[in-house]
Ligand binder design. Sequence first.
Ligand SMILES: *[C@@H]1O[C@H](CO)[C@@H](O)[C@H](O)[C@H]1NC(C)=O
Ligand SMILES: *[C@@H]1O[C@H](CO)[C@@H](O)[C@H](O)[C@H]1NC(C)=O
Ligand SMILES: *[C@@H]1O[C@H](CO)[C@@H](O)[C@H](O)[C@H]1NC(C)=O
Ligand SMILES: *[C@@H]1O[C@H](CO)[C@@H](O)[C@H](O)[C@H]1NC(C)=O
Ligand SMILES: *[C@@H]1O[C@H](CO)[C@@H](O)[C@H](O)[C@H]1NC(C)=O
Length: 342
Amino acid sequence: MLKNLGLLSLLPLFTASTQGVSIAATRDFPLGSEVENIVLRPCGSALTVVGTFPGVYEVEPKANATPRLIHDFNNTQGAHGTPSITASPLYPDVFFVITGFFNFSDFTPEANSYAIHRLSFDEHGQPIVKELARLDAIRQPNGMIAVPDSPFVLIADTLGGFIYRFNTETNELSQYFDDALLKAPDLGTHVFFGINGLKLSRGYLYFSNTNQQLMARIPASGLEMPSLTGTQAPEVITRKTACDDFIVNPSNGDLYIAEQGFGNATVNGVGFVPGDKYGNSTAPVTIAGGPNSTALLGPTAVIWAEGKVGKTLLVTTTGGFTQFVTGNYTGGGTVSIVDLDH
Ligand SMILES: *[C@@H]1O[C@H](CO)[C@@H](O)[C@H](O)[C@H]1NC(C)=O
Ligand SMILES: *[C@@H]1O[C@H](CO)[C@@H](O)[C@H](O)[C@H]1NC(C)=O
Ligand SMILES: *[C@@H]1O[C@H](CO)[C@@H](O)[C@H](O)[C@H]1NC(C)=O
Ligand SMILES: *[C@@H]1O[C@H](CO)[C@@H](O)[C@H](O)[C@H]1NC(C)=O
Ligand SMILES: *[C@@H]1O[C@H](CO)[C@@H](O)[C@H](O)[C@H]1NC(C)=O
């Protein structure tokens, strides 16, 4: 009953915001590329990383732009894939990248394969990459975000069900947050994804949990010492979401969630939760793509395009994740450009 009421109250907004959404995409990344994470350079071009290849790509977030491999981690220990990238909280055009090995055949991370690297650019625009530290304490790093005006980045451990904090100046790694809402329950699928995306916005730490199919938030700055654990209980803000990563509109709290799903539960869309409709019984509504659509095949992450907060989303896709797992690829991944007010 409550669930139905929650959904009904969303319907008018849903109708208003779906009319007019337009979707374009870059050219495909190489076949089998599970484009996983994305961040903007100050010039507005996007750096993306791929879970299935150890590469960092740069692409203009425009229709038909061609992704360019700018750094290859092929000769780096354990680097079969690059699950995460974030901008430095302190230095412009400097990034942190996580490499490691997640085996997409049996959905298992290889222990002790993960490391964090610093990526900057020289005066000729060539990337300079330096390994900072191994991340052996983290069972499967997933999302990563910078804590503003600090040396810290926060890293989600999707398998362990923790958030870690890494000091990019001292290379110190510590556990920042432990909570039941970060854990990956056993769904009988042998696939364990707990906390997946995380963002700091509006005085809160927001996070998604894939196996629990929910998103939650807790008041946080990222600077709590020694950790955030036990300060308050997180608040569930949406359920019934096939969530991967997501973005928050900082002005009104609206959530845009990359929803992928799996098997029959395939969503292949962007889920929307208005900032004034958070709740334990609120479910997102699909505003772009959808189960019977090929417009967004396997959305993994969402950010705002340069200067377009509230207007244009950049969505990374796998090119068809279910198909990727079965070996039947529909295409390479993309960066898709979703105009909300077209
Ligand atoms: C890494 O090496 C493999 C095998 O040699 C190659 O196919 C691939 O293109 C290389 N680069 C990346 C980013 O995967
Ligand atoms: C990945 O997992 C599959 C299935 O368990 C296994 O056959 C394969 O050897 C693994 N790949 C690597 C590189 O460990
Ligand atoms: C998928 O659909 C089949 C056939 O309808 C059903 O047996 C199965 O339980 C469904 N799986 C999931 C995960 O919903
Ligand atoms: C997708 O298509 C199937 C088969 O035509 C239909 O039963 C189902 O309702 C559709 N789902 C959505 C969300 O439109
Ligand atoms: C891949 O697709 C082909 C043709 O549709 C189908 O026959 C085959 O069973 C699929 N393979 C898998 C592993 O799903």
